[in-house]
Design a protein around this ligand. Structure first.
Ligand code: NAP
Length: 311
């Protein structure tokens, strides 16, 4: 068992910011990340709404800068997956594949993953023309016809990015108004390679060895249609990475979507456990809010530890 003051679960902008603040508070802190440090932003081509970067910065570069900054303050970062949180008298035990950490407090910043459509053919054709990551798979669709499903910021931003590679990008949305922010909408409406399919409800994905057709229904007329395409990119929202929370028997409260419920101080219903970033229930999911959450969660956790252990 390794003793720490704080364990941060997740290495996206929220977790890395919490790490900077906790290390500056001189708390012995470890950050555990199961995939790549940086989180979802490393899959984003450019970020243009994070203040301080008048020239858009790539998600990868912003993530690397945050990581380097956290490491400069001595944050220990390890690659492992958290499987369960347990309570042991006054302390928490964070169990991973490789280790058990005993700690006074936890920041849960495990982020989110793309939500699935859960329709026939989706699993079969994932990696065979169906993707959830434009920067990873976009280059495979040079001069091809693709369809993006969704109408939020991610669908429109990634749809715009995909026009750099594809010859044609359909954007299929289930309503006739986009949810995405206006500046992205304006760019998409102006882009000659983008064509919108409004009120389109995806029904199934079809093909032999790779994706060939998207079957969909017109929401208004009920008419069934097919779209012949080379690729499908799905951006229909995010789902919190909460498997380890569901496996933990500590009574941490989640909302109906599985997001961690926090109060205005970013505290969960359990003393000593705070939440930050995409995994919490909140109204705005952005890098700038994740960073703010991380700072606030760390600050309040530090106060809690001081009062409980030194006060
Ligand atoms: P989102 O905002 O939740 O949008 C999801 C979109 O998918 C919505 O248009 C929704 O339609 C549609 N959808 C949901 N379920 C569907 C289904 N079963 N079938 C068909 N369509 C479905 O998700 P997101 O775009 O991934 O963004 C997630 C968060 O990250 C948001 O808060 C967003 O603002 C943020 N984000 C920000 C930026 C940025 O600041 N540049 C970039 C990317 C993401 P309805 O509109 O009808 O609900």
């Amino acid at each position: 068992m390794i003793e720490k003051d704080v364990v941060i679960i997740g290495g996206g902008p929220a977790g890395l910011t919490a790490g900077i603040y906790l290390k500056r508070a001189r708390l012995d802190t470890i950050l555990i990340e199961k995939l790549a440090v940086g989180g979802q932003i490393i899959l984003t081509d450019v970020i243009e709404n994070y203040p301080g970067f008048p020239e858009p910065i790539t998600g990868m570069e912003l993530a690397n800068r945050m990581k380097d900054q956290a490491k400069n303050f001595g944050l220990e970062i390890i690659s492992d997956e958290v499987l369960e949180i347990k309570k042991n008298d006054e302390k928490f035990i964070v169990k991973t594949w490789g280790e058990e950490f005993s700690c006074k407090g936890i920041v849960i910043a495990a982020g989110s993953q793309p939500r699935k459509l859960n329709i026939p053919g989706e699993v079969k054709f994932t990696g065979r023309g169906v993707s959830y990551c434009a920067t990873c798979d976009g280059p495979f669709f040079k001069d091809k016809k693709i369809v993006v499903i969704g109408g939020g910021d991610t669908a429109i931003e990634e749809g715009l990015y995909l026009t750099k590679h594809a010859s044609k990008v359909y954007i299929m949305h289930r309503r006739d108004k986009l949810r995405a922010t206006k500046i992205l909408q304006e760019r998409a409406f102006k882009n000659d390679k983008i064509e919108f399919i409004w009120n389109g409800l995806p029904q199934s994905f079809e093909g032999e060895n790779k994706i060939e057709k998207l079957m969909y229904k017109d929401k208004l007329s009920g008419k069934k249609n097919e779209l012949v395409i080379d690729g499908i990119f799905i951006f229909v929202g995010i789902a919190p990475n909460n498997d380890f929370i569901k496996k933990s028997n500590i009574g941490l409260k989640l909302d109906e979507k599985g997001s961690v419920i926090v109060d205005k101080d970013l505290k969960t219903n359990i003393d000593g456990i705070y939440g930050a970033g995409d995994i919490i229930k909140k109204s705005l999911y952005q890098v700038v809010t994740a960073v703010g959450d991380g700072a606030q969660a760390a600050f309040n956790l530090q106060k809690y530890i001081e009062e409980k252990y030194n006060g």
